[in-house]
Ligand binder design. Structure first.
Ligand code: KG4
Ligand code: ZN
Length: 346
């Protein structure tokens, strides 16, 4: 089986061709970062318009690189949600129309299922069941992954996501969008112990997260430094290091708690914040101490891409799941509402 996959849920336009036997044949991506940077964040309408411009050329390049013609395709997978509705509609309309024209099934993929299954693209894929820490710009979740398609959310954030905490703190420090990687870069030169930011919910039992208090604490620290004219480059680096430390420590502690609770010996770390070096180092060390193992997607597949949508789409297509002729796009779509693959004959 060979499929085409499209991703357009936020500010990355991406297309992949994936073959069940041969693996990933091509993946193309265009990041809109430069387009949105001057506004300090993603402008939804500009994102939609740019997807319209980028998707077809990316598709042509992907098919050419994969040496694939439409008659060799068995399906088209597209991200149907959650995400920006206009952006989602561009990929959904294209994906559904191509499937119709090529007379193959279309598969509406849940973006988070894509992130969760991304490590299956690696040479050493995770076993099932496993625990997953899903940390992106919009989500922070600990998930019990019984098998592909069977997800039980054990804990999630009550307010801001971890990526949002990185991005908002970065903005307060005057760093360009997207803030997460920029803040991590600045933190490398900083002293993480100078500012003691809150580790929200760490002292409480359970697996819930909360990051909005951290943003307030950073805002107050920055204001105080501005008031005393002490916000020099070293201080900014120290604040960045303190923020990163607080987020990473919180994520690591709760993840270890969940690993203990589930008794699993495998952890998957998925989503954009999974690209954070300090988080990877801390989790790898803590998990190894517990005799378990961490599985990461390669860095380029932590953030949004179409390869992960292809893997999730292939799993669903093989389970007999496909869409009616309607174009399906949902801005909000809980992982809890995803149809389990097992019930679809997998
Ligand atoms: O998964 P993703 O590409 O998009 C969503 O589905 O949200 O995640 C994007 C998030 C952003 O908040 C970005 O700042 C964060 O991941 N991020 C990072 C790093 N790379 C990306 N945060 C911290 N450190 C990084 N190296
Ligand atoms: Zn994402």
């Amino acid at each position: 089986m060979r499929i085409l996959a499209l991703e357009s849920s936020c500010d990355e336009s991406a297309v992949a061709v994936y073959d069940e036997a041969a693996g990933l044949l091509s993946h193309q991506i265009h990041s809109q970062i430069d387009l949105h940077r001057v506004y300090g964040g993603v402008v939804p309408e500009l994102a939609s318009r740019d997807h319209v411009r980028r998707l077809l050329p990316l598709l042509q390049t992907a098919l050419a690189e994969a040496k694939t013609t439409p008659d060799q395709l068995d399906g088209v997978a597209y991200t149907a949600g959650p995400g920006l509705i206009g952006a989602l509609l561009t990929g959904a309309a294209l994906g559904r129309s191509l499937a119709y024209a090529w007379n193959v099934p279309a598969v509406a993929v849940h973006h988070l299922e894509g992130h969760l299954l991304a490590p299956l693209l690696e040479d050493d894929p995770p076993p099932f069941p496993h625990l997953a820490l899903l940390v992106s710009g919009g989500h922070t979740m600990l998930i019990d992954v019984a098998s592909p398609g069977r997800y039980a959310v054990l804990g999630e954030t009550r307010d801001d996501a971890a990526g949002e905490a990185f991005d908002k703190s970065a903005k307060l420090l005057g760093l360009p969008y997207p803030g997460g990687p920029e803040l991590a870069k600045l933190a490398a030169a900083g002293n993480a112990r100078r500012f003691d930011f809150p580790r929200p919910m760490l002292d409480r039992a359970g697996l819930e997260f909360s990051f909005s208090g951290l943003k307030t604490a950073v805002s107050l620290a920055v204001k105080e430094c501005v008031r005393t004219a002490s916000l020099d480059q070293d201080t900014r680096a120290d604040i960045a290091a303190g923020v990163q430390e607080a987020i990473v420590e919180t994520l690591t502690a709760k993840t270890m708690r969940a690993l203990e609770q589930t008794g699993y010996d495998a952890l998957v770390v998925a989503g954009g914040v999974g690209a954070n070096r300090l988080l990877r180092d801390r989790l790898s060390a803590a998990v190894a101490r517990q005799g378990a193992k961490v599985f990461y997607p390669r860095i380029e597949f932590c953030t949004d891409n179409a390869a992960m949508i292809a893997v999730a789409g292939m799993a669903r297509l093989k389970a007999g799941f496909h869409e009616s002729p309607a174009i399906r796009a949902r801005a909000t779509w809980s992982l809890k509402d995803l149809e389990p693959l097992s019930e679809l004959g997998s």
